[in-house]
Design a protein around this ligand. Structure first.
Ligand code: F0G
Length: 408
């Protein structure tokens, strides 16, 4: 097992036990809580944001827990656009509404940020077989980085519950697909159980603390893109709850290191049919009751989120908000975003906008609000109705002119 990089400690988020080497199960042997990586010293603003020639998120290398000589497996992830969405903002009464378009990552979802770090670490430590359970995007991302590193990818997915576009990606990148009868939760359970059985196998789910380290860079980018200011609200979909934990960690680090002076309020959004974290938070409970999940937003069709404890902490610490949105609200928000702003996202990624509609009047109109739109719409086209048969067919230029003239 690889030793944790110099200047970093790996600690249990529950009992604080320190682990000097990577832990294959990613869990504390004493209390079964997840582990996290903590930098011992701070990072200065110049060190974090000063010019350097590293690709994508690797420009933040000083804040990533890898040795200097690590051989980076990268596809230039991160540095995604932050788009001011004025037309939708006007409808929602928010003058400073932005979309962080994570669909512009190499495999078209935010997963690439964490995958580049986790795969670099795993392959550097000798892993030859990368494995994950997935609702689709983690599988696509891991397969791409495995291909890039020249190792094998195997993914477990809930049978019949993943978008076809994501499976096409896995297959194109040479990943192997295993279908599990049951939900994502069953697939993750199984995958984590075998994690310690086979040497040279490494699990790439977001329980892997190196995934979290990569994903936290979203916070660093947002701070820079907003002119070295922290947004007032960060609104994002929550599934297995790795991303909300990661982005919150990034903002806390900026503040702790004296680079920023405030923290955002985190707004966690789940689909109504898969909302155990929203349920626990709104009822003031300290633990999550797993549910049998059911939503059209297959990416977040998760009933027993692995990082629920970290998500509840992020919501509490940030004085955050948690709410759920129905499948109808998700589809309407998705269409609204693509048709009014030209940004096509997958259903899960539309949940932040659906949530803001419900929060209308509750967030100050001049607040800086960022929606994390986690995945590209092309991955999941099943819920977009295109009735090609009902569109006109023309046979020559005259017909085309007359049709256009009627529309103009
Ligand atoms: N949005 C998209 C597009 C996702 O694919 C996921 C998670 C999330 C949001 C939620 O992120 O799990 O960190 O809370 N997808 C995982 C996967 C589960 O397997 O691709 P989270």
């Amino acid at each position: 097992m690889s030793k944790v990089a110099r200047g970093w400690v790996q600690k249990c988020t529950g009992c604080g036990t320190v682990y000097p080497e990577d832990v294959r199960s990613y869990m504390c042997a004493k209390c079964s809580n997840l582990l996290e990586l903590i930098k011992e010293d701070g990072v200065s603003r110049d060190a974090l944001y000063g010019p350097n020639s590293q690709p994508g998120i690797w420009r933040f290398r000083k804040a990533l827990p890898l040795p200097e000589d690590a051989k980076v497996v990268s596809l230039s992830e991160g540095m995604t656009p932050l788009v001011h969405v004025a037309r939708i903002g006007a409808k929602l009464g928010l003058s400073r509404l932005h979309v962080k378009n994570e669909g512009q990552n190499p495999t078209s979802s935010f997963k690439d940020r964490g995958m580049t770090v986790a795969v670099t670490r795993a392959v550097g430590g000798g892993a030859k077989l990368l494995v994950c359970a997935s609702t689709g995007n983690t599988a696509a991302s891991m397969s791409a980085y495995a291909a890039r590193a020249g190792v094998t990818a195997m993914v477990t997915v809930p049978a019949g519950k993943v978008a076809a576009g994501k499976m096409a990606q896995v297959s194109a990148y040479g990943g192997r697909i295993i279908r599990v009868s049951g939900d994502f939760d069953a697939a993750l359970n199984m995958t984590l159980k075998v994690a310690t059985e086979i040497r040279e196998l490494s699990v790439m789910n977001s329980v892997n603390p190196y995934r979290i380290e990569g994903q936290k860079t979203n916070a660093y980018e947002l701070f820079e893109q907003l002119g070295h200011k922290v947004p007032d609200y960060v609104v994002l979909p929550v599934g297995n709850a790795g991303n909300i934990s990661a982005i919150w960690k990034g903002f806390k680090e900026l503040e702790h290191w004296g680079i920023s002076r405030s923290l955002p309020r985190m707004v966690g959004v789940q689909a109504a049919g898969a909302s155990p974290i929203v349920d626990a938070f709104t009822k003031g409970r300290d633990s999550v009751n797993p549910v049998e999940p059911h939503t059209i937003a297959s990416a977040i069709n998760i009933g027993n989120p692995a990082s629920w404890k970290k998500a509840l902490a992020a919501l509490k610490e940030s004085n955050g908000i948690a709410l759920s949105v129905t499948d109808e609200e998700i589809i309407a928000a998705r269409m609204d975003l693509s048709a009014s702003e030209g940004i096509f996202v997958e259903p899960a990624s539309a949940t932040p906008l659906a949530a803001l509609k419900k929060l209308m009047g509750k967030i100050p109109s001049d607040a800086t609000v960022v929606c994390i739109c986690t995945g590209n719409g092309l991955k999941d086209q099943e819920s977009v109705k295109v009735q090609l048969d009902a569109t006109p067919v023309v046979a020559g230029p005259e017909q085309l002119v007359s049709l256009l003239a009627k529309t103009a």
